[in-house]
Design a binder for this molecule. Structure first.
Ligand code: ZN
Length: 545
């Protein structure tokens, strides 16, 4: 078992990236020297945009002849216009001066620590033959094929291009005066989409723009992947003092643990290059039939009749507070768990709060197996607002007391994987059955048998701190508040939590591990729900108005 505090890495590559130098070599290198003096040495300097300017060559001659020397290993991209093509003699890259290297038209360069840097020189050209200062769709597709075609491909550390990718501002913070729908290169966007760089540097627009990081995966449909930071840099020595030099230090991704790599920054946004971030994913969020069977709650599309809410005095008309509650999030399609949705099997609902409700599980492990569900559409606890979390906690605590009064302890689990609407499963286990440690051991043992890594996370720690929005996970919470957490990478057994609890070590009802084997008639369900409502009433906090 791992402990979260144990994660940590060493061995990074402190690097600098620079925008258009435009022949101001002295300004740049003096600045780099000053930075190195202050912050220590950097391994390399990566220059995007125009390295050479249209100014006379006197300054460059001094570097070329060795009178002056770059203070740091400097890598530059090739020409973006006809007049500077002459400086870049060899399309495959070459040394331009001591410590100054032209990377070449396109390719991959690996830094001393293993940092992978993909570069593409020039500006976009859609007409063949392309001029010497341009790249074509063929260049981009050959880079993509070269790098992305293996199944192990996860992304690259750094992408260097001179033009901005078109549409990079979509879903992001303002890109200032640069209209990213008009400027930039769509081929670069396509390259960035395929390569999934952790950092993407560009220039040419004479401004600094650091976009909010964007995600490379589709939430809940793909495993979490690392985010990309796009940074556009200004030109060296610009009078407005816009940022042209950017210092960063990253551990090469191939040396990183996946969990660490895919940690999502709190301000991560949708991918700007996906046509329509939300719309594109809506259709796919509706679960496929095989996934629906994982739900333990009955749905019946023909079932339209409602049931009056059980709590008196909560009718909106008689409410003393006419304040309109904030509308809860709406599902993208039919949902069997959104309380307002016609698909909800309302006869199983046993208690309704302000943000959450309780329902009996369809085909429950036992007669009082319940679910805590948010009334609005939320996919996982990670997405809940503070007020909803507060009520979830209230329900948990109340159910613990309720079950304790009946000689049982609560085990709670959530699987945020191939599920659609948050369901917290609450299963009471008779105190006489086993201890909390027995339950914990059963989960750990059975997880090990199935090669599922369960991490013990400290009591009172929040799942939100561990699981990032969109990441698939499973966790079980014991009645002591201890949690065992598993980040789902792929193929998680949907019935895992249920199987462990049904096993001989705990409830010893192995034939009930599949909920489909536990279905009963609607009349029987109504009887169970009715009984639960009555039993729970003395604990019902929603009645304390
Ligand atoms: Zn829903």
């Amino acid at each position: 078992m791992l402990c979260f505090s144990g994660l940590g890495f060493t061995g990074s590559d402190p690097s600098l990236a620079c925008g258009d130098v435009e022949g101001k070599f002295d300004v740049l290198f003096n600045r780099v020297r000053a930075i190195q003096k202050k912050s220590g040495n950097f391994d390399l300097l990566l220059c995007v945009g125009n390295f050479f300017g249209s100014t006379p060559d006197a300054e460059w001659e001094e570097y070329k002849t060795g009178i002056k020397k770059a203070p740091i290993q400097t890598y530059v991209l090739g020409a973006n216009n006809q007049e500077t093509v002459k400086y870049f003699q060899d399309a495959d890259g070459c040394e331009l001066a001591e410590n100054i290297t032209y990377l070449g038209r396109k390719g991959i360069f690996t830094g001393s620590s293993g940092l992978q840097i993909v570069y593409l020189s020039g500006t976009e050209s859609l007409n063949e033959p392309v001029p010497g200062y341009s790249f074509s769709p063929k260049d981009v597709s050959s880079l993509r094929t070269m790098l992305c075609s293996t199944s192990q491909f996860k992304g690259v550390d750094i992408l260097l291009t001179s033009p901005w990718p078109k549409y990079v501002g979509n879903f992001g913070n303002s890109s200032g005066e640069v209209d990213t729908k008009k400027c930039g290169s769509a081929l670069v966007s396509s390259l960035a989409t395929g390569l999934k760089p952790r950092y993407h540097f560009a220039a040419l627009e004479k401004t600094y723009y650091e976009r909010l990081p964007y995600r490379n995966h589709i939430v809940l449909q793909e495993n979490a992947q690392h985010a990309t930071r796009f940074i556009a840099l200004a030109n060296v020595g610009n009078p407005e003092k816009k940022k042209y030099l950017y210092a960063f230090s990253i551990v090469p991704m191939k040396l990183m643990d996946t969990a660490e790599l895919v940690k999502q920054p709190p301000d991560v946004t949708e991918n700007p290059y996906r046509k329509s971030g939300k719309e594109a994913s809506i259709g796919k969020q509706i679960p496929a039939p095989e996934e629906e069977t994982a739900c333990q709650f009955f749905f019946d599309l023909n079932e339209k009749q409602g049931r009056k809410r059980s709590s008196p005095g909560r009718d909106s008309k008689s409410s003393p507070h006419p304040k309109q509650p904030r509308k809860p999030p709406q599902p993208p399609g039919p949902c069997w768990f959104c309380l307002a949705s016609p698909e909800v099997e309302k006869h199983l609902v046993v208690n309704i709060g302000t943000h959450c409700y309780l329902a009996l599980a369809k085909g429950g492990l036992c007669d009082d197996h319940v679910l805590i569900l948010p009334i609005g559409h939320y996919q996982s606890v990670v997405e809940l607002s503070a007020e909803v979390v507060e009520e979830v906690e209230k329900y948990k605590a109340t159910l613990r007391r309720f079950f304790k009064s009946r000689g049982k302890r609560c085990v709670l689990f959530e699987r945020n994987y191939k599920s659609h609407h948050l369901q917290l499963q609450v299963i009471p286990v008779p105190l006489s059955c086993c201890t909390t440690d027995d339950i914990k051991d059963a989960f750990i043992t059975q997880a090990q048998e199935q090669q599922i890594e369960l991490l013990e996370i400290p009591e009172h720690s929040d799942i939100k701190q561990i699981a990032q929005p969109g990441a698939a996970y499973f966790y079980v919470e014991l009645d002591t508040g201890e949690k065992l957490f598993h980040r789902i990478k792929k193929n998680f057994p949907l019935q895992f939590g249920r199987e462990v609890l049904a096993s001989e070590a705990i409830l010893n009802i192995p034939d009930k591990s599949d909920w489909r084997q536990c279905q009963i008639s609607k009349e029987e369900e109504e009887t169970l729900a009715c009984r639960f409502r009555k039993d729970f009433e003395p604990f019902d906090f929603t009645l304390d108005d």
